[in-house]
Design a protein around this ligand. Structure first.
Ligand code: HEC
Ligand code: HEC
Ligand code: HEC
Ligand code: HEC
Length: 321
């Protein structure tokens, strides 16, 4: 993507040390590595778009604690604002200039967070993305009660499962299975799916018969679609406009309606998945689509066999992360 995108400098955020150190330094290729955050000495206070000041020459590492002692490898700085969202905001804010002088937001988590109730309640990016752990910061140092977990997407990479509350209701009408699925974004401090435009959330509904064979299925997809002059979905660097933004803002909910030809008895399976990119972008970039589960509901229906837990409709099931 970097080679194809000739109009934007990608390194500012993806390899922030590129312009700051000797070009032969191997640390540059590590991208958003330890130094990229821990050498930040200051972030502008008025944080519509925070600006970073790095302190590489003094070899000082900054972090939220101020009791660190200099060691043989590096000196210690003091930066309590490492727990503020503005530390993340500068890189997690990115718009592309357009020919007509306007700009197209690409990465927008920080602005979305600022517009959400999470910024009012003081829940920073770190509170969700770097939850506290009790551990040593380094061998020989004192145990800290709060050492941010550095997985960023959860220790097991499963933070996507915490984003949505799923409420599924099903009933029958004229022989059809009528299903409503509500997705509530209660777990993310920004729109879902967040991140790179083209990410998607897919809601799949299937009616299985008693042997577990799919008899009917339907799906809906939401996300953000950026297009070129011809209206085709393209990677962000080639985009000229936003065609659709159907993402679910923080604290908001979206309802999807389905109608399936259903067997008399069986089970209804509702599957919500995160997708790394739309099929159109996957084709344009030649990169496979990756999927992760965001939650699942199974609802048996019909055939009154109480021992097996079969149930009659209508029914509502709520899945919380
Ligand atoms: C994207 C930014 C970012 C990157 C990259 C990053 N950190 Fe951190 N680090 C933080 C933040 C933010 C905190 C404070 C978290 C909190 O307490 O809520 C932190 C805390 C720490 C602490 C505890 C600070 C203290 O004073 O004891 C250590 C140690 C640390 N990081 C080491 C590392 C190392 C080593 C790497 C590379 C392997 C790394 N970090 C990469 C942002 C980052
Ligand atoms: C120096 C710029 C920079 C800073 C500061 C920064 N990020 Fe990032 N972050 C990035 C870039 C670039 C990526 C995309 C990296 C990639 O996928 O190659 C990223 C990716 C992420 C991801 C997705 C990771 C994944 O595994 O998919 C999360 C979550 C994230 N950042 C959270 C944070 C948080 C929280 C902070 C503040 C503590 C922060 N970032 C600070 C540049 C930054
Ligand atoms: C209330 C918890 C919460 C807060 C606050 C929060 N996030 Fe997230 N974030 C999530 C969850 C849950 C996901 C997974 C859902 C998704 O990918 O949209 C996520 C996903 C992400 C991703 C992944 C994008 C991708 O697809 O790789 C990035 C980047 C990110 N957040 C950055 C931030 C930044 C920057 C902030 C602060 C400005 C922030 N988040 C605040 C919970 C939170
Ligand atoms: C102002 C900062 C900034 C600039 C400039 C920037 N990016 Fe990013 N980019 C980010 C952040 C932050 C993320 C993480 C959000 C996410 O995971 O979706 C990201 C994510 C990405 C991802 C998704 C990575 C993944 O793991 O899925 C790709 C690909 C990407 N950027 C490509 C580029 C290219 C190519 C350029 C230059 C044309 C560029 N970016 C310029 C901040 C930036």
């Amino acid at each position: 993507m970097r080679d194809r995108a000739k109009n934007v400098v990608c390194e500012t955020c993806h390899a922030p040390l590129a312009t700051l150190t000797d070009p032969t330094e191997r640390v540059i290729d590590e991208g958003v590595t330890c130094e990229a955050c821990h050498a930040i000495r200051d972030v502008g206070e008025n944080a519509a778009e925070p600006r970073y000041t790095f302190d590489l020459a003094a070899n000082r590492k900054f972090g939220p604690y101020c009791d660190g002692k200099d060691n043989y490898f590096h000196r210690m700085g003091c930066a309590p604002w490492f727990r503020d969202a503005r530390l993340c905001g500068g890189c997690h804010t990115f718009s592309m200039p357009l020919a007509d002088g306007k700009s197209l937001p690409i990465i927008n988590e920080y602005a979305e967070w600022r517009a959400s109730s999470f910024s009012v309640s003081g829940t920073a990016c770190q509170d969700c993305h770097m939850p506290p752990e009790v551990d040593h910061a380094a061998t020989g140092s004192a145990r800290k009660v709060r050492l941010g977990q550095h997985g960023f997407m959860g220790e097991k990479g499963d933070l996507v499962r915490k984003a949505l509350v799923i409420v599924a209701s099903a009933t029958t009408r004229a022989g059809k299975l009528v299903v409503s699925v509500e997705l509530k974004n209660e777990g993310a401090g920004h729109a879902v799916p967040s991140g790179l435009p083209g990410r998607q959330v897919v809601v799949r509904v299937q009616a299985l018969d008693e042997k577990g064979r799919a008899q009917a299925r339907e799906e809906r997809t939401i996300g953000r679609v950026l297009v070129d002059e011809a209206g085709r979905e393209v990677p962000f660097y080639a985009a000229r406009a936003e065609k659709i933004d159907e993402r679910i803002a923080a604290g908001e909910a979206r309802t999807f309606a389905f109608e399936l030809d259903a067997p008399k008895a069986g089970s209804l399976v509702i599957d919500v998945a995160w997708r790394s990119m739309s099929p159109a972008l996957s084709e344009a970039l030649g990169v496979p689509v990756e999927e992760r589960s965001m939650g699942k509901i199974e609802m048996p229906f019909g055939g009154h066999r109480s021992g097996k837990g079969r149930e009659h409709l209508p029914k509502t099931v709520v899945a919380r992360p």
